[in-house]
Write a protein of this length. Structure first.
Length: 606
């Protein structure tokens, strides 16, 4: 890397805007290589990587070699490498050969001549204040057209461009881009002041800004920016705050790849990059916040970040698992999901929701299945609100994704048991620990290993009469059985303790099937199936054939009474959706006493 102090450059460190500064950089590269060139001016850094760095390195080589033949062209290469490359390509003899050998001709080849008159498109910099861990290209992609623009609550602006690239560009303009040089200098001074503050508390950024601010400085805005970069995740906070973004990835090696995001289901490039020190800072932050190892000895990590906009799940890898650091982020939803909310967005029908509500309330054992990103955890989280208010819930997870905090804030008795491969208990130990902690619902965030046997032990005997739930990978009920029995080693007779399987695909319920045990194994009888109009009842419940409904009845309660309870619950959910009451605080939650329901005091929906 080549670092340049550009405080004396008239172009404020922008090489495309300052031929003198550009010539200084090219001259420095005549006898060295660099994979990145950085200029710093008044608290702002510009990073030239990829094609821009290749252009500057090639210009240095070309200048050195062509000078033996023609000093004028060598001088032009220092101040106008694009023009020098075009001139050399149009001539015969040594200049053309040297342009090809040094790679300068290849840098310019295929670039629109009119769009690179001043070299700005080739010498595109990713810029940010020196306090930032990310670098952002200010200019949109060359020859791209604006598709859409929207503002974020963080003060950032997003523009969506499309052009010659196969992927659209998600172009982020953070609030720092609007700051003038003097204000950026204030921000840099505040960061230095913050580093000397021994308290490190939440008010420290504000104190640091006020200590160095001048008349007219936007103190409140600078405090927000400094807090975001010192205590948060910098420019990534804006991405996490965008409701239209579901996922973001930094592919290894992160210094060579831009951030990519999924916007409304469509993958896009961005103008955001993470330099080496930014990647190292993020990795260190993950180690610190998760309390887990992340190094060559432990090269993978799953963790949950707490960002401005809420929880973000991150999976990270490093050497030797990947060629350097990589990160994949998935935004959590700031609002708790409920069955009403799932009905409102078309995940399942109100009657299917009514069945699940009554089943969870009365102590069902079930699995929520689907492929990656199908919505399993979201659906499982919504079911937890259907537990009776007095029921204790023990949530077993390696990465915090279930709404334990929201449940606790609503007065529910909820405890998370964290599992892992360090000091934490293993998943199977956690299930057995949950059984020893007393009665209550047991919920496993993902059933994928040795905890399966312990979970089915809980289903069969340990948690009799209590709700036991988990998520598992599987595209249909048979695939779920195959995974549990064949892959995870649970006996067919133990698997028969499962009451029902809910299968999702693309955030829609494909099927809700009850499990029937037989001498030769199990059978799946669908209660709801996906149709063009949503999850439709198969008629099995109405015909009085459902083993699940029959099993939910109390000692003195009839099958018909449970069926009526399902229908009444479905009607109540439907009315809540119609009224827009889909949040936990809006809807009926835990008002039914499960033990009374099982005695069939009125046979209805309390």
């Amino acid at each position: 890397m080549l670092a340049v102090d550009a405080n004396g450059c008239p172009g404020r460190g922008d090489l495309a805007a300052s031929p003198d500064c550009l010539a200084t950089v090219v001259d420095a590269l005549t006898d060295r290589d660099a994979d990145a060139i950085r200029t710093r001016h008044a608290g702002r850094e510009r990073a030239y990587t990829g094609r821009a760095a290749a252009c500057l390195v090639a210009a240095g080589r070309f200048r050195e070699q062509v000078g033996f033949h023609e000093q004028r062209l060598a001088g032009r290469a220092a101040r106008d490498p694009i023009g020098a490359a075009r001139e050399a390509a149009g001539r015969a003899g040594p200049p053309k050969r040297i342009a090809a050998e040094t790679g300068l001709a290849a840098v310019v080849d295929g670039v629109d001549e009119e769009s690179t008159v001043d070299g700005s498109d080739v010498l595109r910099a990713h810029a940010a204040p020196t306090i930032a861990s990310t670098r952002i290209a200010a200019e949109p992609p060359p020859s791209a057209s604006l598709v859409e623009r929207w503002d974020l609550d963080t003060g950032a602006v997003v523009r969506l461009y499309e052009g010659a690239e196969p992927l659209r560009t998600y172009h982020l303009t953070p609030p720092t881009a609007r700051l003038d040089d003097a204000t950026v200098e204030t921000l840099a001074a505040a960061r230095d002041r913050l580093l000397d503050d021994p308290s490190g508390d939440d008010r420290a950024p504000g104190r640091a800004v006020r200590a160095v601010a001048r008349d007219g400085d936007p103190v409140s805005e600078l405090t927000d920016i400094l807090t975001r970069h010192a205590h948060g995740f910098g420019a990534l906070e804006h991405v996490f705050a965008d409701d239209r973004v579901s996922d973001a990835t930094l592919t290894a090696p992160v210094t060579e790849n831009p951030l990519r995001v999924v916007v409304d289901g469509e993958r896009c490039r961005t103008n955001v990059r993470l330099p080496p020190e930014g990647a190292a800072t993020l990795a260190s932050r993950l180690r610190r916040t998760s309390g887990r190892g992340f190094s060559r000895a432990s090269p993978t990590l799953d963790a949950t970040l707490t960002a401005e906009a809420g929880r973000v799940r991150v999976a990270a890898t490093t050497d030797p698992a990947t060629d350097g650091l990589s990160f994949a982020f998935r935004r959590g939803d700031p609002e708790a999901w409920t069955l009403e909310r799932l009905v409102a967005c078309g995940t399942l029908s109100s009657r299917a929701a009514g069945l699940l509500s009554v089943a969870v309330e009365r102590g069902v054992t079930g699995l929520v299945a689907g492929g990656r990103g199908a919505g399993k955890t979201t659906a499982l989280g919504s079911l937890l609100w259907e537990l009776p208010a007095e029921t204790r819930a023990l949530l077993i997870e390696d990465t915090a994704e279930l709404p334990a905090t929201a449940l606790a804030a609503a007065g529910r008795d909820t405890q998370r048991i964290r599992v892992g491969d360090g000091a934490e208990p293993s998943p199977s130990e956690a299930v057995r620990t949950a059984l020893r902690l007393g009665g209550g619902a047991i919920v496993v965030g993902e059933v994928r290993g040795e905890e399966a046997a312990a979970l089915y032990e809980a289903m069969r005997v340990g948690a009799a009469g209590e709700t036991v739930l988990g998520t598992i990978h599987g595209e249909d009920p048979e695939a779920v059985r195959e995974r549990v029995v064949t892959d995870l080693g649970v006996s067919p007779s133990s698997f028969a303790a499962t009451d029902l399987v809910v299968v999702l695909n693309d955030h829609r319920v494909d099927a809700i099937a009850e499990v029937s045990g037989h001498a030769d194994g199990v059978a799946f009888d669908p209660l709801f199936e996906r149709t063009g109009d949503g999850s439709a009842a198969t008629g099995r419940i109405d015909r009085g054939e459902s083993r699940l409904v029959d099993g939910l009845a109390g000692p003195d309660e009839s099958y018909a009474a449970v069926r009526d309870a399902v229908d009444e619950r479905a009607a109540r959910i439907r009315e809540s959706v119609r009224a827009g009451a889909i949040a936990p605080t809006d809807t009926r939650r835990g008002v039914t006493d499960a033990s009374d329901a099982r005695t069939g005091a009125d046979g209805g929906d309390r």
